[in-house]
Design a protein around this ligand. Structure first.
Ligand code: UDP
Ligand code: MN
Length: 296
């Protein structure tokens, strides 16, 4: 058995990891070198985590942005599917950030789940919509989420839940392996390679996907604050990281290792097709008509 479970060399999330069996999957990497678990189907007992988190009083905020054309294109399917699959059994508060609050679909929510709609300015460039999420999330963790919830998960809207995305994913700081890069050699990772950017990264551990990240409120606050600081510094210096907020997130997670890593089962692109690694496709990328969506 892995030392993670035997109580030696404890991971940062050790109090929860009695529910994990790192040997259950021999076809994939289930543990990072700094001893954070990488969560794959068959490694965990869902009931164990659900009961543990209920007992601990965990409550989860989900943040999602639907600005401009993204609202009509994706928000309804995103929210309806998350009601079926996201943290079922735990109290959940949705934070929907949009420039068009009136158009947010009405959901029929059970008593322990609620939805808040927050108006945000529409940025002229889609890159700025994406990057400025970091600032907005930080402000809301401080003023609202941090007082109501123990954990927060931040999602892109252009995806749809398709399987359990449950309490096994909760941890101190949680990052997702990008579906296109988890099998590739590190030289292929698309980190920002411009030394003038704060996101500059030569080597890293993994290529993380910014479409999903989360953790305890104060850890996510630190994460988004650092990313926002890097983004603003870059603006001052007239540079922009290759993949915007994702580049800054990758830089942050190199310096501050995540305590829990989600396998690409937690965010899969159906265009890749089926893979024997991916036993459950819990969240799926949606197709994107980039030109139409992103032209104002
Ligand atoms: N977004 C938005 N309106 C925009 C651009 C982005 O609401 O005009 C939000 C939306 O939640 C989207 C996320 O920012 O999922 C990231 O942008 P996008 O999904 O286009 O980036 P990609 O996944 O292609 O890198
Ligand atoms: Mn996206």
């Amino acid at each position: 058995r892995c030392s993670l479970e035997s109580g030696k060399n404890l991971s940062l999330d050790n109090s929860f990891d009695a529910g994990l069996n790192l040997m259950a999957r021999s076809d994939v990497q289930t543990c990072t070198y700094w001893r954070a678990p990488i969560i794959w189907e068959e490694m965990f007992d869902p009931q164990f985590y659900d009961e543990m988190h209920k007992k601990q009083g965990s409550s989860v905020a989900l943040t999602v942005f639907a600005v401009g054309r993204y609202l009509d294109a994706y928000l309804s399917d995103f929210l309806n599917s998350s009601e079926r699959f996201f943290m079922v059994g735990l109290p959940v508060t949705y934070y929907v950030f949009t420039d068009f609050p009136e158009k947010v679909p009405k959901l029929n929510l059970p008593a322990d789940r609620s939805l808040k709609v927050i108006r945000v300015e529409k940025q002229a460039r889609w890159q700025d919509v994406s990057m400025m999420r970091m600032k907005t999330i930080s402000d809301f963790i401080r003023s609202d989420i941090g007082r109501r919830c123990t954990h927060v998960f931040c999602f892109d809207v252009d995806q749809v839940f398709n399987g359990r995305f449950g309490s096994e994913a909760l941890g101190d700081s949680v990052a997702l392996l990008h579906a296109y890069y988890y099998r590739l050699p590190k030289v292929m990772f698309t980190y920002d390679r411009n030394p003038r950017s704060k996101a500059f990264l030569n080597t890293g551990d993994f290529y993380y996907h910014a479409a999903v990240f989360g953790g305890k409120c104060e850890s996510v606050k630190a994460m988004v604050d650092a990313c926002y600081q890097g983004i603003m510094e870059d603006k001052k210096n007239n540079v922009e990281a290759l993949w915007h907020d994702e580049s800054h997130l990758n830089k942050y997670l190199w310096v501050h290792k995540p305590s829990r890593v989600l396998s690409p089962e937690y965010c899969w692109d159906p265009l890749i097709g089926n893979s024997s690694d991916i036993r459950v496709q819990r969240l799926l990328w949606r197709q994107k008509q980039y030109q139409e969506l992103r032209t104002p």
